[in-house]
Write a protein that binds this ligand. Sequence first.
Ligand code: ADP
Length: 480
Amino acid sequence: MRVLITGYEAAPFFKRGGLGDVLGSLPKVLWKIGIDARVVIPYYEEIREKYQSKKIGTFSVIFGKNIERIGIYKSYFPKNSKVPIYFLENKNLAVINTRGRNKKIDQFAFFDLCVAHFVLWSLTDGKWMPDLLHCNDWHTGLIPLILRKELKLSIPTLLTIHNLSYQGRGSIKVLDLLHVQDKDVKELKRGTPATEINILGEGILHTDAVSTVSPTYAREVVENSDHDPIHTFLLKRQKERGAKDEVFGILNGIDYEVWDPRHDGFLKEWYGLSDFRLGKAKNKAYLLSHLGLKNKPTFCFIGRMAHQKGLDTLMKVLPEIISLDVNIIFLGAGEKTVEASVIRAAGQYPSLIRAEFSYNERLAHHLYGGCDFILIPSHFEPCGLIQMIGMRYGTLPIASETGGLKDTIINGKNGFLFENGNKRQLLQTVTKALRVYKNSKAYTAMVRSAMETNFSWDKSALQYQALYEKIVVDYDHYGF
Ligand code: ADP
């Protein structure tokens, strides 16, 4: 089985969130079970500066009125892996944080066109033909359409939704840039308003299978989407393919080569199950002295500062939490209004709160290693990796009971859950967590249980293998 996986980020080459973790770890575990998995992402400047790669070819695409030349670079995932990664090089692909929604739509429509042509190149010049193309999130939502309708390439596709709140909605003008024929588009020109497209929705209609990143989120996507524009697309898909068509939910794992306190290159002190008390204490001392904080129970928040992450709930009870005499450290970047609420709080409690508004891999590792608890008040969480990483490092999660958080945390055993959006319950849960913290026996039992929980990819890799095989067989059989 040969699988080409694509998305806009892949760790460690380029990462801004959980999708990067997944594209950086899934291919490696697929190799271990005999799948020839490869990855293709844009060639960002950051990658060129930090990683070696070799130019192996070029091809051209027509985007709008321009003929664009694309360079293909090849490298391998680090740590002696044999897993290849390809970078597609063009100035229009290298843009990070594009402002303006239509600009972003154009950027990723162009990426999709390039990936589809890369498959064609790979088949001829590269002498490697994937049996299946695994697309991820809206950024890759146009690939199934372009492959089949424009390039007439017969390859089955899987589209994995990592986060439904990003759908790639914008002007239909992008279709002219792609030279897509009206007759080939299923819904793009019938959005509301009619001048709008929904790229994720179109991907859902054209792909051979749809999956998400946890069983609970798979159910939530289907059941709670009534008021979501994606609902129409899911209904239409089901109508076309029959009731048997389902949204598959496969839980993400974490990469133990990267996330393991026993050999994490960033940590001050390595530790495992037997010596976590001492190890965490040393990492905590280093972290707190580095940040100018006193030795107190320490909580952290790590993540994109988006509404999804639920900082509004936390802010409502922050004074009460702070009054319990604890430190809170925030690490994240994103929406300015969310950042502003954290800045205000940090200003009010300068001796107890620290906040860094950037993407900082090093600090993230130090927080996982040196904090006692990680706060995850997300309003929804398709899978969530920070709770798994936190648990691996013995940093107990205090999380809302939703999506993948619900699938991975056992309340009172390896972490704490509270009702989504319920500020009073959040405060009660923090108070309870501090009680446990002060009870050495109970705390040790919880940390051990958290550290022992298996978040490896082993089981999920087999589920992906089964799903890939099913898609290929169905494709050959029904010719979808
Ligand atoms: P999402 O995919 O919604 O961003 P996840 O919990 O699935 O959230 O994954 C987030 C990943 O990104 C984790 O590996 C986390 O450590 C990392 N991360 C998030 N924000 C930052 C940041 N500001 N600096 C460093 N790492 C971050």
